[in-house]
Ligand binder design. Structure first.
Ligand code: HEM
Length: 475
């Protein structure tokens, strides 16, 4: 018996039907259509194309410039749909406080994507987890371990790592970002898992965690078709066009490694009776908190803390290399307050008023987390908000300095999701930056002309790409 053969017109008709059904399915399941079906009134925003939303008109770099232009066109609350991932851009501090502080119970969720959250399985990170008991528990762990009342217990780790950083920078010329990420990564690993873990497994753990975070960050910023049709996750990995399955499986290996391996090593060490100083050690020993949430909160620290803190310091070095007259003034202040040749310590920072003003301005001007327009809003910072002007943070030049938004809060986000690592980040970034300038002159390469636009890269974080400089000892 022979099978009835399909004519080409039948094939075309079936193809068209499948395409039509897929198109219908996608159009019913985008974030925008689902929100509209539930009766939501969406904020205005730039024109969206079917299925892909704002993929084509979303800025690839220098976000704040486009957001500023959109603020003029659409107002302070803007709706964006990036191929199914909904996003709200808030362009004024009032709108931000209204939504994230006053209505925090409905505005503290995180976008859930099939590729990153389900397939790579990254949803356990504190930064990705949805509001829930586990989320609250993880936030409490951060508050207890590195909150304002406990963070100073890690000062010796930070000071020690700072001295090592200064040694590495002696005679160094090149891109400081990589040296900084290594130092910040070392210090966060020691704080999280302890010296014993760091000495025995630090190099391997840092290497694998760094690779994993790089893959997640890349995956997070790409468009994945499976996020629009989640059922695609079930096609086999050998299927043509299923490369995403292999990437997801590699990502999942990293996500599992970061989540379980270092934590289990510390537990094994404790079982052998070895004592150490670390967050995991301390809270496992004290008990009374969920072991799973302790594990997941601590696993988030490297990914959330390394690139952000290193970028903050590298952006500061860029600012003082770009504006040598400010650098000279900081050096003068340090010579007077510390005495030339003495390395700045955490206790010295409150005495270095001018250094603090330059650091704050650099943090405002090029903050590591791309927060849109708010850090350059002339309504908050004055008419020269786009310029680099540390005088705005000096009471001697700005009588309204007290009216400025809190620079130790705004760049760290808002409401229930405000960065729980901000106290540690502030101490680390201030100390490293002050200590570097107390010992070195930061110079651009001969012939290199730096420009305020800098070679910035905007992704999940805003960072300098390929900023090179020299560190000339001052003593
Ligand atoms: C200068 C360095 C840093 C900057 C600029 C920064 C900035 C931010 C921002 C803007 C957010 C998002 C807040 C929001 O969604 O509203 C965030 C979240 C977070 N940060 Fe940081 N951060 C820094 C360093 C750190 C460090 C050192 C750690 C940990 C040791 C850390 C841990 C976290 C965590 C766990 C979250 C997720 C919080 C949540 O979703 O509830 N950050 N950070």
């Amino acid at each position: 018996m022979s099978l009835p053969s399909l004519s080409s017109s039948h094939l075309w008709a079936s193809g068209a039907a499948i395409l039509g059904l897929t198109t219908w399915y996608i159009s019913r399941h985008t974030a925008t259509t689902k929100a509209k079906r539930r009766g939501a009134v969406l904020a205005p925003g730039p024109r969206r194309v079917p299925f892909l939303g704002n993929v084509f008109n979303f800025p690839r770099g220098r976000w704040y410039e486009t957001f500023t232009q959109w603020a003029g066109d659409y107002g302070d609350i803007i709706y964006i749909d990036l191929a199914g991932v909904p996003m709200i851009i808030l362009n004024s501090l009032e709108a931000i406080h209204e939504l994230t502080d006053k209505r925090m119970s409905i505005h503290s969720g995180r976008p859930h994507t099939t590729f990153v959250c389900d397939m790579i399985d990254c949803a356990y990170f504190t930064s990705m987890i949805q509001p829930s008991r586990d989320f609250t528990d993880q936030r409490r762990i951060f508050q207890r371990a590195i909150g304002p009342h406990t963070v100073s217990q890690y000062d010796s780790f930070i000071q020690h790592s700072c001295s090592q950083l200064l040694q590495q920078l002696d005679g160094f010329s090149g891109e400081p970002f990589n040296v900084l990420t290594k130092t910040v990564g070392n210090v966060l690993t020691r704080i999280a898992y302890g010296e014993h873990f760091f000495q025995h497994h630090g190099a391997e753990a840092l290497q694998k965690t760094g690779e994993g975070i790089e893959l997640f960050t890349w995956a997070f910023t790409k468009f994945w078709f499976v996020d629009v049709i989640p059922a695609l996750r079930h096609i086999p990995a050998w299927f043509p066009g299923a490369k995403f399955k292999r990437i997801a499986s590699q990502g999942k290996d990293y996500a599992d490694y970061i989540r379980y391996w270092p934590f289990n090593q510390v537990k094994a060490t404790m079982a052998e009776g070895i004592t150490d100083e670390s967050i995991v050690f301390k809270y496992l020993q004290e008990g009374g908190i969920s072991e799973d949430n302790l594990r997941d909160a601590v696993a988030t620290m490297y990914g959330a803390g390394v690139d952000t803190t290193s970028s903050t310091i590298s952006n500061f070095l860029f600012s003082v290399a770009l504006y040598p007259e400010w650098q000279k003034q900081i050096h003068k202040e340090m010579d007077q307050v510390l005495g030339r040749g003495n390395q700045a310590t955490l206790d010295d920072i409150p005495k270095l008023e001018l250094f603090q003003a330059v650091f704050k301005e650099s943090f405002r001007w090029n903050t590591a987390a791309p927060l849109g327009f708010v850090l350059r809003d002339p309504r908050l910072w004055g008419k020269d908000s786009l310029d680099f002007n540390p005088n705005r943070f000096l009471a001697s030049h700005n009588p309204s300095v007290d009216k400025l938004p809190d620079i130790w809060s705004v760049p760290f986000g808002f409401g229930r999701r405000i960065c729980p690592g901000r106290y540690l980040a502030q101490r680390t970034a201030l100390l490293y930056s002050a200590a570097i300038l107390s010992m070195y002159e930061v110079l651009p390469f001969e012939g290199d002309i730096l420009s305020p636009e800098g070679p910035f890269e905007d992704s999940v974080i805003r960072r300098l790409s390929n900023f090179q400089c020299k560190f000339k000892p001052r003593a």
